[in-house]
Design a protein around this ligand. Structure first.
Ligand SMILES: *[C@@H]1O[C@H](CO)[C@@H](O)[C@H](O)[C@H]1NC(C)=O
Ligand SMILES: *[C@@H]1O[C@H](CO)[C@@H](O)[C@H](O)[C@H]1NC(C)=O
Ligand SMILES: *[C@@H]1O[C@H](CO)[C@@H](O)[C@H](O)[C@H]1NC(C)=O
Ligand SMILES: *[C@@H]1O[C@H](CO)[C@@H](O)[C@H](O)[C@H]1NC(C)=O
Length: 741
């Protein structure tokens, strides 16, 4: 399995390659010597191909052993231990969880390290919400409590769960009429405006389902709303069905009527007080923005906002008047008729939060590489949870610790990775990807020169839906190969690959963020992936009280075989990246992906007065370079160059450096317009992505802007963005190609 068969298609450039790259080997060598070398090379190629086909390499034997060591009992035990108590970042319970992870990694005899940062977190101090049928009419207050059920083993611990709130919400009191704005997209506000409904000064009532809560609250603010209430509609999260017939957790996977999805409203990544640079530990000195600077910068929502339950959302809907909302805005069976308002319902919301510096801790274990200790394969998962975190994120933590235990068993059998593997347990992901972002910013140049890949798993198991990877495209082939080696936990006659290819597309991209790969790929340009087993839609208790071990055991993964399968494919990908002599990246798939994305972007801008030719040209260049390095890899593996062992070592390193650094070249120092932290020209989150492309965020934004303004300047800016994208792709091909102009 390791390496590519040497009998594969020979490349036309084979003979020239040693001359181009190893002038020393050619200079001074007479014809006879050359023939001798050729003979040796052919002999070596035959031996190598025999080897690859018939005798597994030592590392592939260890990889097979790794796959055989999976333990569902281990994964289940870690998950149970990690989810006994809720553990929000910055709390004592989460410090205990950090110590649990550190102690587990340490018990596997890996050196461990804890790095603390003092960062701006945000907690609720006071909340109240009441509804009246109109100004001056009596108020009824909402309890804002998620109810436990009879026999809930976590009922006592539920008292420790943080009150439902939005981190970084504005503080204040608002009493105003309600306007219903559907899923809170910009187009929903445009619709309200077209119906003559003014949102200014009102409370916007929106429901989860389409976009992230930070975008929902920002859109409400931008529409002029004085406050926002976000609810989980029973249609989308409660399983629907007629009243009286509905069933929810603990009887089904669905969110109970009082369940509330909490979240964060900070519009950025990392510690808000250190936006482009690393934070520091308490007692150390580092530059920080003041609260005044932060409030003035527009990255905080500024208005008070609160998430509420499906039941409370329905109660508010019942009190609404005005025009009937369009069919797509309506609720499910048995829901009241939704009306857009304004009013006569009046909501009186008071929210007081405390945005305060608190200590977070990243925990690391390092498995030092034997041959290339200065090359890093990084696997990571966050540890902090809004509530118990059985799915989000500790299903991932359990899988990561299960991998670490298997690796310690390999070490006992004599395995040491070729390159260094770093295991990371991040903190404060839920607030704004803070732990991973601060660490990546602090170690930016080390990572930029040494990181092979970052492999993230946030949630390892949602449910039965099969393997769902997203990745930068040079990892596609490796994901496919690794997933073919792991049996499907729900159907052992198939592999993970079989369930994956049923999804369309089977592998998506690391474009939107929402988890810890953002700093690695979007800020630094490290090849990255993120994986889970199952689909988000299988997990309606997301960010609620009910994300606990009972839910996982009943609905997410009753036998913990899905945890083990995910750990197997995640660990195997890490092992291949750490152990394969040539890094198993394939940039050919990158070029077809970019060509596809360019077509989608172009189709979104028909008859636009700009040219996409520079982008197409640069992708052709990348294709040539990708094919070339792929050929070099095959020639090297076939031992056709007749290199001595020192030359070979240097050549391997040279090819690997090009493979590692090509992704870096997609980044641009200035970053995206208005979002300088996002340096990657291909992958970043885009809030203007109406037509489904997952790439070229700068071009996508420029198209939206130009279509809106239709001025000479806006079209010029779009052309500029196209050139910027093209230059990034050209830079990557130059690195892959490995030659100066
Ligand atoms: C809103 O509620 C607060 C207490 O929660 C109360 O003091 C205030 O008078 C109420 N405002 C209105 C306009 O009803
Ligand atoms: C905010 O948090 C800080 C640090 O935990 C605490 O000292 C302070 O009393 C809190 N303020 C409020 C209003 O709760
Ligand atoms: C692990 O798998 C075995 C075999 O399917 C099963 O009997 C056992 O209950 C599982 N353990 C856990 C903790 O789910
Ligand atoms: C831009 O404006 C011109 C007229 O100035 C018009 O012909 C063209 O169709 C407009 N393009 C778009 C994309 O709206």
């Amino acid at each position: 399995m390791s390496g590519t068969p040497a009998t594969a298609r020979p490349m036309a450039m084979d003979k020239q390659q040693p001359l181009l790259f190893y002038p020393a080997a050619a200079a001074g060598s007479g014809m006879r010597r050359h023939r001798y070398l050729t003979f040796l090379a052919i002999a070596a190629a035959l031996v190598a191909s025999y080897h690859i086909l018939h005798a597994p390499t030592p590392s592939s034997r260890y990889h097979a052993l790794f796959l055989s060591l999976g333990s569902n009992a281990t994964a289940a035990a870690h998950l149970r231990a990690l989810t006994l108590r809720p553990h929000v970042a910055g709390t004592e319970a989460n410090a205990l969880a950090a110590e649990y992870v550190r102690a587990a990694l340490s018990s596997f005899a890996f050196p461990t390290r804890v790095t603390p940062y003092s960062v701006l977190l945000s907690y609720p101090v006071h909340r109240s919400l009441s509804l009246s049928a109109g100004p001056g009419r009596p108020n009824s207050a909402f309890s804002l409590v998620q109810e436990t059920y009879p026999g809930d083993p976590y009922a006592a611990a539920a008292a420790e769960v943080i009150p439902t709130y939005f981190a970084y919400s504005g503080s204040g009191s608002v009493a105003a009429e309600v306007v219903y704005a559907n899923y809170g997209d910009r187009k929903d506000y445009a619709y309200l405006a077209s119906r003559g409904v003014d949102v200014a000064g009102k409370v916007a009532l929106v429901r989860y389902g389409d976009i992230h809560c930070e975008d929902m609250v920002r859109n409400a603010r931008d529409a002029g709303a004085a406050a926002a209430i976000v609810y989980t509609d029973i249609k989308d999260f409660g399983g629907g069905g007629a009243k009286g017939k509905r069933k929810w957790f603990p009887n089904t996977r669905w969110l109970p009527p009082t369940g509330v999805q909490v979240g964060t409203l900070y519009y950025g990544n990392g510690d808000p007080t250190t936006p482009m640079w690393p934070s520091c530990a308490a007692g150390e000195d580092c530059e920080r923005l003041s609260m005044e600077e932060l409030d003035g910068s527009g990255v905080m929502p500024g208005i008070p906002a609160l998430p509420v339950s499906g039941r409370d959302g329905e109660t508010i809907q019942k009190a609404m008047g005005g025009a009937v909302a369009p069919p797509e805005w309506q609720g499910g069976e048995g829901a009241p008729v939704y009306r857009i308002g304004p009013g006569p319902a009046v909501l009186n919301l008071t929210y007081i939060g405390n945005d305060t510096l608190a200590t977070i801790e990243n925990v690391f274990a390092v498995i030092e590489g034997k041959e290339e200790p200065d090359r890093y394969v990084i696997i990571g998962n966050h540890r902090d949870a809004w509530t118990f975190g059985a799915v989000d994120p500790n299903s991932g933590t359990a899988a990561m610790l299960e991998i670490a235990e298997r690796l310690s068993k390999l070490e006992k059998k004599g395995w040491r990775p070729r390159r260094t593997i770093i295991v990371c347990s991040w903190d404060a992901e839920e607030f704004a990807l803070i732990g991973s972002t601060e660490w990546a910013e602090e170690n930016m140049d080390m990572l930029a020169s040494r990181a092979i890949a970052y492999l993230n798993v946030d949630i390892s198991v949602f449910g039965p839906g099969g393997l769902m990877p997203r990745a930068t495209p040079q990892l596609d082939e490796l994901i496919k190969e690794a997933s073919r080696m792991v049996p499907d936990p729900d159907d052992p006659s198939h592999t993970l690959y079989d369930s994956m290819i049923h999804h369309n597309p089977p592998i998506t991209r690391v474009a939107g963020a929402g988890t810890d790969f953002a700093a690695f790929v979007q800020h630094i340009g490290v090849p990255s992936l993120d994986m889970s087993y199952g689909l988000f839609s299988e997990y309606p208790v997301y960010h609620s009280l009910y994300d606990d071990y009972v839910w996982m055991e009943r609905f997410g993964d009753p036998l913990f075989h899905r945890h083990v399968a995910l750990a197997s494919v995640w660990g195997l990908i890490a092992l291949r990246l750490a152990d394969d002599e040539i890094i198993p990246f394939n940039y050919v798939s990158y070029t077809s992906e970019l060509e596809e994305c360019t077509k989608v972007v172009e189709a979104g801008c028909p008859r636009c007065p700009v040219s996409f030719t520079p982008l197409h040209k640069s992708i052709k260049q990348l294709e040539k370079a990708a094919t070339k390095i792929h050929g070099e890899k095959k020639v090297l593996q076939a031992e056709k160059w007749g290199l001595n062992s020192r030359q070979r070592t240097l050549k391997v390193r040279e090819i690997n450096d090009r493979l590692m650094m090509a992704e870096r070249a997609f980044t641009n120092r200035e970053g995206l317009v208005g979002r300088p932290w996002y340096k990657h020209m291909i992958y970043a989150s885009s809030d203007q992505d109406d037509w489904g492309t997952k790439a070229f965020p700068g071009i996508v934004s420029a198209i939206a802007n130009a279509k809106h303004l239709n001025t000479t300047e806006s079209w010029r800016l779009l052309q500029h963005e196209i050139y910027r994208g093209a230059r990034a792709v050209s830079k990557a091909s130059a690195v892959l190609d490995g030659r100066l102009t």
